[in-house]
Write a protein that binds this ligand. Structure first.
Ligand code: SF4
Length: 509
């Protein structure tokens, strides 16, 4: 094996690098610092569109939040960040906003400790301090943008300290496009570690004991009732639902690997899929959503697990009629655009279409992968425009073009839609927070969606009432009635033009 690359302190010339510095600057610095191989793997795993993609810069939250969240949600796991203080402030704020009950570890640095290599020594010391087997199964250390760009070599950390596993990962915003994919970076690294342990000898059994039935591992964070519902659907085929990856505990990783098949419910877990495939597991795309989605998924899972057709048919007979009934009992009437960054956007769109909604556009910040191919094909066959790696601009343009009765989207999409008096729902808080799979999923979206659509008149009333208050030059907090001062703007413009002309003249001398 080649010796790991050593850090190159000369790779960065200043400690002010960050998302504002531009992707090219950071990529060049990271390559010079010996991170080319890691970044090349990320480029293969998380591809961007040719040319200037929408995620050249993170458009939403810092991608590293995905890895941080996976670490913070695991029992007996310490998660430490290495990065600029402003990044760590934002990330720890967001994690506590989303209910982390754990401290976020932090190894601070300054220009001196970065360029002299002292930062790596500080990280090593922090990892040793946290590696207490009475408290932790694993310690995760995450390099953010600046330490990645300067080549802080986490791969030189010990693989284990006192029996506590040490997982070092680089999660730069200029290499991992979305926080969804950052979940995969950590989940994949953990699966890889656990796979090597399982290959080396006996490992800890799951907390509830080893399943008597063959299991199907579920890839992707989902509403807590969904794995239970999936387990019930698998039961007539003699199968059981296995762990959900990212797991909540280290020992679940072994059980996840020890499965009959893996269901890629969320389709962006490329590194995790690689680990499962290396372990000889087959991957089933799509998910059991709606009538047709569930029918195809049960068939695919049954086949992947060598279940006799009669048992697959028994599962279909048991569940499909109930799903059809639930969809018919809770129809959705209206035009809905869908956009998000969770990876489940295509599944939500399928469910909406089967519920009777017209869905002209689905935008996902995640890339196109083989594991959403059946959903893409199904949606395109029904005239839905599917936009992978969708930018905020594309999502908002879709709302303008299709004038939906409801826009489902991220915070800025929802804000833009509401300003245009289009009812809107947040994908993360309101759509991902309910079951989507099987019978439970079939009726769960209708109530929230139909009541949001019925709110259209309220938006119009509000618009008429507020007029243009708080918009344009009147935005912000005012003690009196805002006065528009177009002459100030004209004067500033005149001055800027004058300065530009003077500079140009000086350049020509
Ligand atoms: S770590 Fe996140 S917040 Fe910090 S510079 Fe990178 S992308 Fe931006």
């Amino acid at each position: 094996m080649d010796a790991p690359a050593l850090p190159n302190p000369d790779a960065i010339q200043a400690d002010g690098l960050g998302c504002h510095s531009g992707k090219d600057t950071l990529l060049a610095a990271a390559a010079a610092a010996g991170k080319s191989e890691t970044l090349a793997q990320y480029a293969r795993d998380y591809p961007l569109p040719d040319g200037a993609g929408p995620h050249d810069q993170p458009q939403s939250m810092c991608p590293a939040f995905g890895s941080l969240r996976v670490g913070l949600r695991m029992r007996r796991t310490a998660t430490i960040l290495s990065g600029s203080a402003c990044c760590v402030y934002g990330l720890s704020f967001t994690s506590h906003f989303y209910g982390a009950r754990r401290s976020v570890g932090y190894v601070p640095f300054n220009s001196e400790s970065l360029v002299t290599g002292k930062l790596f020594e500080d990280i090593r010391e922090a990892v040793h301090q946290q590696a207490d087997p009475a408290l932790h199964d694993s310690v995760v250390i995450i390099n953010l943008c600046v330490p990645t760009a300067s080549g802080v070599p986490l791969q030189l950390l010990p693989r284990a300290i006192n029996g506590v596993r040490i997982i070092g990962i680089d999660v730069p915003g200029f290499g991992v496009p979305t926080h969804a994919e950052a979940k995969d970076v950590l989940a994949g690294a953990m699966l890889r570690y656990a796979r090597s342990e399982a290959e080396a000898g006996p490992v800890t059994a799951p907390r509830g004991g080893v399943s008597e039935k063959p299991t199907v591992t579920l890839l992707g964070e989902m509403f807590p009732a969904d794995p239970v519902g999936i387990g019930m659907m698998l039961e007539p085929m003699g199968l059981a639902a296995g762990p959900v990856v990212p797991t909540r505990e280290w020992r679940e990783l072994y059980a996840a690997l020890d499965c009959a098949a893996v269901a890629a419910i969320h389709p962006f877990y490329t590194a995790s899929v690689r680990e499962f495939e290396t372990a000889g597991r087959c991957i089933v795309p799509s998910a059991p959503v709606g009538f047709e989605g569930t029918e195809a998924w049960l068939q695919a899972v049954g086949r992947a697990c060598n279940v006799p057709q009669a048992m697959i048919d028994a599962a279909k007979n048991k569940w499909l009629r109930a799903i059809k009934g639930a969809l018919a009992a809770t129809p959705i009437k209206g035009r809905v655009t869908v956009s998000g960054y969770e990876g489940s956007e295509l599944l939500v769109a399928r469910l909406l279409v089967e519920s009777g909604a017209e869905v002209p556009y689905v935008g996902s910040a995640c890339p196109k992968t083989p594991w959403s191919a059946p959903d893409l094909e199904w949606l395109q066959a029904r005239g839905v425009h599917v936009q992978y790696r969708a930018s905020l601009e594309q999502d908002i343009a879709a709302v303008r073009e299709f004038q939906p009765d409801l826009a489902i989207g991220t915070t800025p999409v929802v804000q833009a839609a509401k300003q245009a008096t289009v009812p809107a729902l947040y994908f993360t808080n309101l759509i991902s927070a309910r079951p989507l799979m099987g019978v439970m999923g079939a009726g769960s979206l209708a109530r929230v969606i139909n009541s949001a659509i019925a709110n259209k008149a309220r938006f119009q009333t509000m618009r008429e009432f507020f007029g243009d208050v708080g918009s344009g030059d009147k935005a912000g907090v005012w003690e009196g009635v805002p006065q528009e001062r177009p002459e100030f703007r004209a004067e500033t413009r005149r001055q800027v033009i004058k300065i530009q002309k003077r500079r140009k003249a000086e350049e020509m001398i």
